[in-house]
Ligand binder design. Structure first.
Ligand code: PHE
Length: 460
């Protein structure tokens, strides 16, 4: 079979690909979401489940997405359709790609609003708004921002504008270059913050909280949210990595690339937790503070450290960049799809999809003010909470499940071993075993558990 070639161009090197996937993986998921869901779902047991899911489900799913993407060389919808036809004669697999496209659009709709908070915090930090502040003032600073729909709308619009701007031009060197410098800078900033947290926060309380599992703390939702977080933070389950895989040169070793990304992403999440929680406990704040957690803890740290104005500004700049490189991964499947399927030029496709995402994002903007009231809530909380929960904890696990089943069961052994280029050694067998059995069984078990179905058996 003649190999297809990508319609959107190729990454210039293996490093470029690793940087792009890392850029998409490392984002608000690591620094904003990981600490706040850990806090909401009780600490240690949640963190251990998250780590287990990263390695037994996230990693094999990431490898599967890359290999399917490179095989198909198209946007996730067409890729799933073509590879589905070739491997099994069924084109209905395209719906898995379509669900990913929709998932990316929905995730970015609220992701952009939170990224807007990070951008809004740049001028706040630079103007010294955090200096000498206490827990009450940083809290009211945050509530003033989220309580103002026009301000939120402005920051959300700015962030979407920035995303559309880069994506419309095609994912070029500019972005690769940015990730190359910004990611290491982000890690350095986290280490500087870590020093502050160790000295001024309650570091041991944080370590105990994060790593000593208290299994009684786990609510029935906890396992599901840990799974959702593992997939969200790695950007898998919705086709972002599949889309990036389509632009990957033939020779690159997929396994090494995936492991590198997973380790980098996990390290950054753990570091973020070790920065946030010492401050939470040291300053008597609540770990379950919800989506505002980092915006109420980090300013305290910056406000109290020497050079905090500079460090704070740099940090929120880096966080905004990390969110930006992730936003690109969220929108890419939809843009590539519109471009290839309907022959809309890339720039127009980006503008149209960006506009749609912006509009849906208005719901999240209003969730914090105009529609904050109980009477506008769904059973899952505000509209923001609802979109977040359904995308991360239902759509991503379902997407990941179908993707590993496709790679493990539908694709024949020759095709996958050909793409993974691992020969037929142990490493290939391990991937295949994980994709066929471990990952699907784990996802299904978590789904059943969260529906309360497994407890019927375990409780006799
Ligand atoms: N992984 C990103 C983060 O942690 C979010 C994301 C999800 C990006 C899915 C792309 C695709 O912030």
């Amino acid at each position: 079979m003649a190999k297809r070639t990508s319609l959107q161009g190729f990454w210039s090197s293996r490093l470029a690909f690793i940087l792009a996937v890392t850029g998409s993986a490392v984002g608000l998921g690591n620094i904003w979401k990981f600490p706040y869901v850990t806090g909401e779902y009780g600490g240690g047991a949640f963190v251990l489940m998250y780590l287990a899911f990263v390695f037994i489900i996230g990693l094999p799913t990431m490898m599967s997405e890359i290999l399917i993407g490179r095989r198909g060389r198209r946007n996730p919808v067409t890729t799933m359709q073509l590879v589905g036809e070739e491997e099994s004669g069924r084109s209905a697999w395209k719906y898995v790609g379509l669900m990913g496209v929709c998932g990316g659009i929905l995730i970015l709709s609220y992701y952009s609003v939170v990224a807007g908070w990070a951008v809004a915090y740049i001028p706040k930090a630079a103007s010294g708004a955090f200096v000498g502040s206490d827990a009450a003032t940083v809290k009211s600073l945050f509530n003033t921002l989220t309580g103002d729909p026009w301000a939120l709308l402005g920051w959300h619009s700015l962030f979407m504008g920035l995303t559309v701007f880069v994506v419309a031009r095609g994912v070029e060197r500019g972005l690769e270059q940015a990730v190359r410098i910004l990611m290491p800078a982000l890690v350095i900033m986290l280490v500087i913050l870590l020093v502050y947290s160790i000295r001024h926060g309650d570091f041991m309380a944080a370590v105990n909280y994060m790593f000593r599992p208290n299994w009684d703390d786990i609510s029935f939702e906890g396992a599901l949210v840990a799974l959702g977080q593992a997939l969200f933070t790695l950007s898998v389950g919705m086709g972002a990595v599949m889309a990036y895989g389509a632009y990957l040169p033939e020779e690159t070793n997929i396994g090494t690339a995936a492991i590198t990304v997973v380790l980098a992403d996990t390290t950054i999440a753990i570091l973020a937790g070790l920065v946030i929680f010492p401050v939470v406990f040291g300053f008597g704040m609540a770990a379950g503070g919800g989506p505002g957690l980092i915006f109420q803890t980090l300013p305290l740290a910056f406000g109290g450290m020497p050079g905090g104005v500079v460090f704070g500004t740099v940090f929120f700049v880096l966080l905004s960049f990390a969110a930006w490189t992730s936003a690109i991964g969220l929108i890419e499947p939809a843009v590539a799809w519109a471009n290839e399927q309907f022959s809309v030029p890339r720039s127009k496709a980006t503008l149209a999809i960006g506009g749609l995402i912006w509009l849906i994002g208005v719901l999240s903007v209003l969730s914090f003010n105009v529609l904050k009231d109980e009477k506008y809530h769904t059973p899952l909380g505000t509209l923001f909470d609802t979109i977040e929960f359904i995308t991360s904890n239902v759509m991503l696990p379902l997407g990941a499940l179908l993707i590993v089943i496709f790679a493990g069961w539908v694709m024949c052994r020759n095709s996958t071993s050909d793409e993974l280029k691992m020969g037929s050694g142990l490493r290939y067998d391990m991937w295949r075993f994980a994709a066929r059995y471990i990952a699907p069984i784990a996802v299904i078990a978590v789904f059943l558990h969260s529906l309360g179905l497994l407890s019927r058996f375990t409780n006799g």
